[in-house]
Design a binder for this molecule. Sequence first.
Ligand code: NPG
Length: 369
Amino acid sequence: MKIEVIELRHVRMRLREPFETSFGVELDRDCLILRVDCEGMTGWGECVAGITPGYSYETTKTAWHILSEFYIPTVLGREVADVEDYHRGLGAFKGHNLARAGLEMALWDLMGKVQGKSLTTILGGVVERVPVGVSIGIQQDPSALVDAVGRYVEAGYRRVKIKIKPGRDVFEVEAVRKSFPDLPLQVDANSAYTLEDVAVFEELDNQQLLLIEQPLAEDDLIDHSRLQARLQTPICLDESILSARHARQALEIDACRVINIKAGRVSGLLEGLAVHDLCYEAGVPVWCGGMLETGIGRAANLALASLPGFTLPGDISASDRYYAEDIAEPRFTLNPDSTIDVPTGSGLGVEVVSDALDRVTLHREVYKL
Ligand code: NPG
């Protein structure tokens, strides 16, 4: 594939409701959208870096810098044989996985369109619809949280994840558990605790949670292993796992028993596949994380989640949970069995709506030879 043109956009989409995590509140979701043109075909990608370095050190601005100064020049005007070739071309650069994955996604979309195959087919997906859940941000108080959970359960979600942070944990989980005794429930701390908070996790351990996600610092596998030894509930790592190597090492020391795979965090779908394969062989369950993606990134998540090792429901909700207006069609809807259909069209299997994309674009740059 000879890459002729790359367009980069910074977009800002208003969320239907504010999303609060242990690292802050988001009213809008910012991300970068990439368009890659090659021989009359177009591939789309989404870089999930956000406006602040709250989830990761990367932001929309650092990703823009890294893409425009380093990654785009390595592919523009070049013959890129495949996705492996793309990553080899970036071999001299370190880190910035979210930026790397955004451009990779556009190349997968392009490749699928050139081959006339869907991303799920190329990746080796085995199902037509995937089980999904909803991730609910921190609410005003436990009773508001119970109401929010009730609304999503009513809407058909059969697995709920709630965000926790120090001081907003045990009461909230107990309140939800009391109202929904049998609901598959999990919590996500986004690295907000230390091993000194072990008492909090010992209390949560009695709440029949599916898993406790990323309780401790992202660079601290050792303490996760110490915490896991004190708990029955599986620890699931998210921010700590940036590669298949990290996944192998975390499993080796029992720092977690479940892994959340986000293609962005691990530098793209190729490495996401490697994490999946490793866990699948080891019998470790994985599930697909979400980054409040637009319809572009959500299509890629659905394809990834169609692989056989994704045995737990993903953070992939219907389009209307996130945005009043999306930038890609068709919109994703929830089936009555709490699943979403995996797109089957070639590449990502979605069409970008250019008017809608223009409306949310803050800044745009076109790179060509
Ligand atoms: O449904 O896409 C979704 C949201 C899932 O909770 C979710 N994502 O920490 O995993 C996370 C969190 C997140 C969202 C992190 C946006 C960073 C940005």
